[in-house]
Design a protein around this ligand. Structure first.
Ligand SMILES: [Zn+2]
Length: 463
């Protein structure tokens, strides 16, 4: 009962805790409890010194993406009428540029600002509660049409004249790789599990500009319906869930989009770039199927790189919050610097997710495409990061995925990842890697003053 004493200090809380029903409830709960010295020694036994080969070549460039979303009322007097905004920032900078930012221990704010000028960011505007596009009868149908249009828009294309190079085109590349019946053998075709209007399916769709229709009921269907966000869009309430899901999908889709572009333009350049993503390497919700396609996509690129004698793509998911971060903070004072652990399922369920029933096929079977690591740097800062699984599938016959995914030697980039995270840690952004911090700073829509500007823009646009 670690929090009891904290409660007791505040008299108002004290009365609650004395209540026998609340006491019984608290006793029946399971939650993270800070370990004592003896327990902690047991917990940190699994950590080892990270691999530090004598010669490590760091990537030349960092590409970091990070998103934010915001839902705004169109009018203060009608707060139930809302529009959703999603902004995904991408920062690309070279490690040399980063080195030049530091003047001794002082980070020059002008140089940071100049770096932010090299950013690009993508903004999406989507109808939310009580807002319909003209010609559409529901928020859901308006959301679907607006999403598809914006994924296809010129601002997302590598080549403005070629719509196959849009973000929607990248979605086709991933969706066509779905294992089993939902896959197609062409990057210009994908399948929807069902029609959002009549519920019949699957339906095959092409990557083309013309409006496509359900063969069963004749209602419009869109390629991006495959993300199944429409299932969480409602007419009269906030659509925060659908917006946050879409933001998360875009945070993973955009690095893949860049990889697709770089792959075509300068294949070997892929090995010079580190791709930083915010959060675990996983896709949650109705679009979780996308994680398998990403796994396959990365595997295919890595196979090509390997044939040329090159290391795999360096993609790092950095977690700033969540249960593992809480756990890492809790054991941090017991953990010696320069320690690394690839989280094993058994350990995770026993110590980190103690209140959760272990999944039958192993942790993250339906969602994760990367392995989580806990790392404490030589300077003593703790990070939780993920690297893509070096496998095409989690179900290769004869393989023991749950074990193999935690074997360090399979992650060829692990020493580089460790070195890079150590290289980028700063005094300024405590426990945050600077690209994420920069991307976040650039894209964050805060209620004041940024959000206010968007409120005004919305009203003007609709005035
Ligand atoms: Zn239909």
């Amino acid at each position: 009962m670690p929090y009891q004493n904290e409660f007791a200090r505040k008299t108002t809380h004290f009365d609650f805790v004395k209540n026998p029903e609340i006491q019984a409830f608290l006793n029946s709960c399971e939650y993270l409890i800070p370990p004592n010295e003896k327990e902690a020694r047991e917990l940190i036994r699994v950590f080892q010194k990270p691999p530090r080969p004598s010669k490590i070549e760091l990537p030349r460039l960092i590409l970091a993406t990070d998103g934010s979303y915001y839902e705004s009322a169109l009018n203060d007097r009608i707060p139930s009428t809302r529009v959703g905004y999603i902004k995904i920032g991408a920062v690309l900078f070279s490690l040399e540029e980063f080195a030049n930012l530091h003047e001794g221990h002082f980070v020059d704010p002008f140089k940071v600002a100049a770096l932010q000028d090299n950013n690009t960011s993508l903004a999406f505007v989507l109808p939310s509660a009580n807002v319909r596009l003209s010609g559409y009868s529901s928020v859901r149908d308006s959301f679907r049409a607006a999403l598809d249009e914006q994924l296809l828009s010129e601002k997302t294309r590598f080549d403005p004249k070629n719509f196959h190079t849009s973000l929607r085109g990248t979605l086709f590349h991933l969706a066509s790789r779905r294992p089993g019946e939902m896959g197609t053998d062409s990057p210009f075709r994908l399948k929807l599990h069902k029609c959002p209007t009549c519920g019949k399916g699957p339906i095959e769709i092409e990557d083309k500009l013309e409006q496509q229709f359900c063969p069963h009921c004749g209602a419009p269907v869109y390629p991006s319906d495959c993300l199944r966000l429409w299932e969480e869009v409602h007419d009269y309430q906030s659509n925060g869930t659908a917006l946050s899901r879409l933001m998360m999908i875009l945070e993973h889709l955009i690095p893949i989009h860049y990889m697709r572009f770089i792959q075509q333009k300068a294949f070997l350049a892929l090995t010079k770039i580190a791709f930083f993503v915010d959060g675990p390497l996983a896709i949650f919700g109705n679009a979780a199927w996308l994680h398998r396609s990403i796994m396959i996509y990365l595997y295919e690129i890595n196979e090509k790189l390997q044939r040329k004698g090159m290391p795999p793509i360096l993609m790092i998911g950095l977690q700033k919050r969540g249960q593992i971060v809480d756990y890492a903070n809790m054991i941090e004072r017991f953990l010696p610097p320069n320690s690394l652990f690839a989280i094993e399922d058994e350990y995770r369920y026993k110590y980190i997710l103690a209140n959760r029933e272990p999944s039958k096929h192993g942790f993250g079977f339906e969602t994760y495409y990367g392995q989580d690591f806990i790392f404490k740097t030589r300077e003593g800062k703790s990070f939780v990061f993920g690297l893509p699984y070096p496998f095409k599938s989690k179900e290769e016959p004869g393989s023991d995925f749950a074990h193999e995914k935690t074997e360090w030697h399979r992650y060829i980039n692990l020493p580089v990842a460790v070195q890079l995270i150590e290289h980028l840690q700063t005094e300024l952004y405590q426990d945050a890697v600077i690209p994420i911090a920069l991307a976040h700073r650039y894209t964050a829509i805060s209620l004041q003053p940024g959000g206010r500007v968007l409120d005004l823009l919305t009203r003007r646009a609709l005035a």
